[in-house]
Design a protein around this ligand. Sequence first.
Ligand SMILES: [Fe+2]
Length: 249
Amino acid sequence: MGLGWGRWDRISNDETTPSRGPGGPPGQTVDTKIVQQLVREIEAKDASTAAHTWRVVLYLRAMLEERGVRGDELLLATHGAALHDVGKIDIPAEILQKPGALTPEEFEVIEQHTVTGYARMIALDVEEDTILDIVRYHHEKMDGTGYPYRMTESEIPQIARDFAVIDTFDALTSHRPYRHEVGHDAGDKAIGMLIEAKGPKYHSDSVELFADLYHRGKLDYILNYFNDGAELPGYGSVDDDELTKSIQV
Ligand SMILES: [Fe+2]
């Protein structure tokens, strides 16, 4: 199943899809170049890499494929994953890339990235809940301690609950401004932490599915090959099926 931008265009050009999106041809959901540009801007602003974008995209794709999700829904979800932190474009770099602990005031500014990201999607006339829910709700927690809306349990859309697990796992297994060392057992430790926090923080189904994929080795190629030192093409610039097949052979 391809997730190339050609398919995005074909879906969006369906006659049933209303015309919207600045800069795109009539009937296109969102202009391909704008989305690719946004992903590049997120990576630059957050001092992150194309590898990070690919990892969260591929983790979510693995979870959804295991649930039997296919086709357009899978495509939208992976675009949502690539754009999840789009609101960080609006957050000052000195806060995003701060090596030390954040002050409460700085953390309040960071929290706004889910709000500004949602606003950016609305401004682009993105209407698909799959994308909007990831961008807007990916930091909510089951017990209401997440942000920015302090939603609880079933109030949080399933795709956002899934993505919260992925975002946390990736944060614990990759380099960050405040952590430069990642041990070989980082994956095991991160899974252990997620299992411990399932229920109060992360949805049990999401954690169990992700942990099951991890223990079956289904995520190994993502952890091993999509590391931050890898030179990878930007998200959307290649067909991800081709990319992952070439890596898994
Ligand atoms: Fe985020």
